[in-house]
Design a binder for this molecule. Sequence first.
Ligand code: ADP
Length: 314
Amino acid sequence: MSDQELAIKIRGLRKTYRAEGATKAKEALKGVDLSIPKGSIFGLLGPNGAGKSTSINIIAGVVDKSEGSVEVWGFDIDKDMRNAKANIGIVPQEVHIDAYFTPYEIMELYAGYYGIPKEERRTMELLEVMRLQEQKDAYTRFLSGGMKRRLLVAKAMVHNPPILVLDEPTAGVDVELRQHIWEYVRELNRQGVTIVLTTHYLEEAEELCDEIAIINHGELVVCEKTPELLKQLDEKMVVIQPAQAINKVPDAIAAIGGKLNEEGAIVIHFSPSSITVGQILDKIAETDIEIADLKTEESDLEDIFLQLTKSKEA
Ligand code: ADP
């Protein structure tokens, strides 16, 4: 992928925190490369402490990197932080909004901060998109948690950046609001905004992201298009206990991968995208095997996540 097609390009990114008085420096990022395509919804996943916030904070210019390079919309943060910042909006995880301003005032303040002329401001448009038009003059302290979150998104969009970074957008929100936020993220993306989100909810990444990078202990574990990543999970296992002991798996069942285990049960590993449990059972029904018991097991994102993050632990 050429550089022009990248919204964010990160190479060899390292961060060592040297806390004052601490005996040991903390290596939070150990040389991370990331290529985030323009127009994508890109997920940065990892368990707590993996280095997600550190990465986001470096991109946002809030934390200084130790080594490596970061380009935002083609602008190197070392050479042109001003333009890099102009092209990105960050929605922080924590909801810190001045309680004594109204949403309208907050939007106008930020527009002023970015030097956007009055006639180019989109205050009401953004408040409407975030369904906050009715609350525009309410003190922010009277807004619900969900409304405050939406206001943070509106605020991050004030300067109309082509990239929006959402740090744990649905941490601690209820299911209904989570769905609403997802729908909104999709809508922004349809309008052409590149979305980068950090999450430790696999379901969220699976639902929303075109591409997923998993980091753990400051290292990139995997970075793949979501369907490719999910393909690795496309395996289920069915265990069939025959009513009468058998000493050989019938050919028709062996043909779909059936094997006998030590307990005399037939174990079949299969890809749900190519064969269903129903079809497997139909094949069993065509033999003279009577089923005494049956169970299925599947690997889910949680499994692969553990698998991928564990393998890096030493
Ligand atoms: P994540 O966002 O994935 O939970 P972070 O980027 O917050 O991870 O943290 C990565 C590692 O760096 C963790 O071990 C964390 O304790 C450490 N860390 C983060 N911020 C600081 C800091 N300001 N000083 C020292 N260590 C830090």
